[in-house]
Design a protein around this ligand. Structure first.
Ligand code: ATP
Length: 232
C-alpha cells in the first residue's frame, strides 16, 4: 500500500497550549481512519495541518507526496474537506451552491447533478438551503467536499447533531466512497458510531495519540481514559 498521509512527531502550539504533541500517523491509500477524541483533543488542529492551513512548529508532514503547506496545486485539487461547522448561503438552492463550488474547481454542471443524487439530495436540489434539515446540510457539505473526486477526504465531526438514522446514512455514503478507493479521515467524539465504517481508529487525548488500532483492539485497552472508554 502507498501512504497518502504521513505525519512524523508533529507539534503544533497555540501560545503556551500544545494542540498536537509529537503526533505521528500514517494513512494508507484507500483506508478509512476515525480520529476520536474529546473536545479540545486536537482533532481539528490535526486536520488543518494535513490540509496545510496551518504549519507545524516541529515535525514533518507529507500529504500525497508533498508538504501540504507548500500549497501544491495538484495536491490541493486532490483534497476534499468538510469543516466542522460548514456555513452555506441559505438563500441559494443546493444545486446553486454546488454549482458555485464546481465552477471554482473547474468542474461541469453534470458533476453537480451526479453529486446531488449521490448524497440523496437529487429531489431537494432545487430547494433553498435555508429549508434544509441539519442532515441535509451535512450531506450537501459532503457533496461539496466531493467535487473534483478527491483522493483524500477529511471530514471534521460530520455527524455532530445528527440523529442515529441520519448518522448511519451519512456513513453509508462514506463507506461507498471508501469502496471506490478514496482515503478518508473522519473525526468524531464517539468511538461506537465508527463501528463497521472505520478500518482503524486513532484515539487522541490532549494532543497526543494514545491508541491506534481496530475498534476491537481498542476495546481491549485497559489504560484508555475513562471518559473515552465510556463512549464505546
Ligand atoms: P472539538 O472536538 O471541540 O472541536 P478538537 O479535538 O477539534 O476539539 P482543536 O480544536 O484542535 O480540538 O483544539 C485543540 C486545542 O488547541 C484546544 O485546547 C483549543 O482550545 C486550542 N486551539 C485550537 N485552535 C486555536 C487557536 N486558533 N488559538 C488558540 N488555541 C487554539
Amino acid at each position: 500500500m502507498t501512504s497518502n498521509v504521513k505525519l512524523d512527531a508533529v507539534v503544533k502550539r497555540y501560545g503556551a497550549r500544545v494542540a498536537t504533541d509529537q503526533f505521528s500517523l500514517v494513512l494508507e491509500e484507500g483506508e478509512t481512519i476515525a480520529l476520536v477524541g474529546h473536545n479540545g483533543a486536537g482533532k481539528t488542529t490535526l486536520i488543518k495541518l494535513v490540509l496545510g492551513l496551518i504549519r507545524p512548529d516541529a515535525g514533518t508532514i507529507c500529504v500525497l507526496g508533498s508538504d501540504p503547506a507548500r500549497g501544491d496545486a495538484e495536491v490541493r485539487r486532490s483534497l476534499g474537506y468538510l469543516p466542522e461547522n460548514v456555513a452555506f448561503n441559505l438563500a441559494l438552492t443546493g444545486r446553486e451552491t454546488l454549482s458555485f463550488y464546481a465552477r471554482l474547481k473547474g468542474e461541469s454542471g453534470g458533476v453537480v447533478r451526479d453529486l446531488l443524487e449521490h448524497v440523496g439530495l437529487g429531489e431537494a436540489g432545487g430547494r433553498r438551503v435555508g429549508t434544509y434539515s441539519k442532515g441535509m446540510r451535512q450531506r450537501l457539505g459532503l457533496a461539496q467536499a466531493l467535487i473534483g473526486k478527491p483522493r483524500l477526504l477529511l471530514l471534521d465531526e460530520p455527524t455532530t447533531g445528527l440523529d442515529p438514522a441520519l448518522r448511519q446514512h451519512f456513513y453509508e455514503i462514506v463507506r461507498a466512497l471508501r469502496d471506490e478507493g478514496c482515503t478518508v479521515l473522519i473525526s468524531s467524539h464517539a468511538l461506537a458510531e465508527m463501528e463497521g465504517y472505520a478500518d482503524r481508529v486513532v484515539i487522541m487525548d490532549q494532543g497526543r495519540k494514545i491508541a491506534d488500532g481496530s475498534i476491537d483492539d481498542l476495546r481491549r485497552i485497559a489504560s484508555m481514559p475513562s471518559r473515552i472508554r465510556l463512549r464505546t
